[in-house]
Design a protein around this ligand. Structure first.
Ligand SMILES: Cc1cc2nc3c(=O)[nH]c(=O)nc-3n(C[C@H](O)[C@H](O)[C@H](O)COP(=O)(O)O)c2cc1C
Length: 202
């Protein structure tokens, strides 16, 4: 039997004691408990970070395979692996801490690998169009302060627009906020996120 795939991506630089990791793990466990036909693909882009875009990577992305040096061929195969993994996922779950109002640079490096012309989007005479079939994406954020719905939230609007850009409309956020604002506010933030996880999985 071909099992469906849940791609779980974690990006907190804290490998221990991370709230986004704990909450995204809770989401995945609850999903698996209620959707027996899923297998989980784990991708930890903080403990195994991807290289940032540089001249050679851009050249590998923009030139035909026949012109690839061995270094460019290696980059192209890394990109293909990540794009194929992304496209094969029926559900995508991300754990995302807020760093300096935005996403971790490790997640940006991942995005720079999978947003590929001709694979996940295409240029047309009407502008860029997404090539990815819709699928649910759940983004579990962890934030020291409270930002949702305000101008200081440079994470959620960016990620929503980015997934929409490649064709994914089913983008869902679960925020855990106020985590560095004292025990009481922190506890409320975690509790809210846990309730939202239960609701989302159901
Ligand atoms: C480098 C760094 C930058 C941060 N920037 C922000 C920020 O801009 N806004 C905010 O609310 N919290 C900020 N925080 C707090 C984290 O978002 C918070 O601790 C969150 O729980 C981190 O996620 P994690 O527990 O999964 O590691 C920052 C933390 C670090 C380490």
């Amino acid at each position: 039997m071909n099992r469906k795939k849940l791609l779980h991506i974690d990006s907190s630089a804290r490998l221990e004691g991370s709230d986004s990791r704990r909450l995204s793990q809770q989401f995945v466990q609850q999903w698996i408990a209620t959707h027996a036909d899923y297998q989980v693909i784990e991708r930890d882009i903080a403990s195994k970070p991807l290289p940032h875009l540089d001249q050679t990577m851009l050249a590998a992305m923009m030139s035909p395979i026949e012109q690839h040096t061995p270094e460019m061929a290696e980059i192209a195969s890394r990109i293909n692996l990540l794009v194929d993994e992304f496209l094969a996922a029926d559900v995508i779950v991300l754990g995302v801490p807020m760093y300096n109002l935005g996403i971790p640079s490790t997640l940006k490096a991942y995005i720079d690998h999978i947003v590929m012309a001709g694979k996940t989007f295409a240029y047309t005479d009407k502008g860029a169009v997404g090539l990815v079939h819709d699928r649910p994406v759940y983004i579990i954020t962890a934030r020291g302060g409270i930002h949702a719905g305000t101008a200081s939230d440079q994470q959620a609007p960016y990620l929503k627009t980015l997934f929409n850009f490649v064709g994914i409309e089913d983008v869902n956020f679960i925020h855990s906020e106020g985590l560095n604002m004292g025990e009481e506010i922190r506890a409320k933030g975690i509790q809210q996120a846990q309730q939202d996880i239960v609701r989302s999985v159901a």
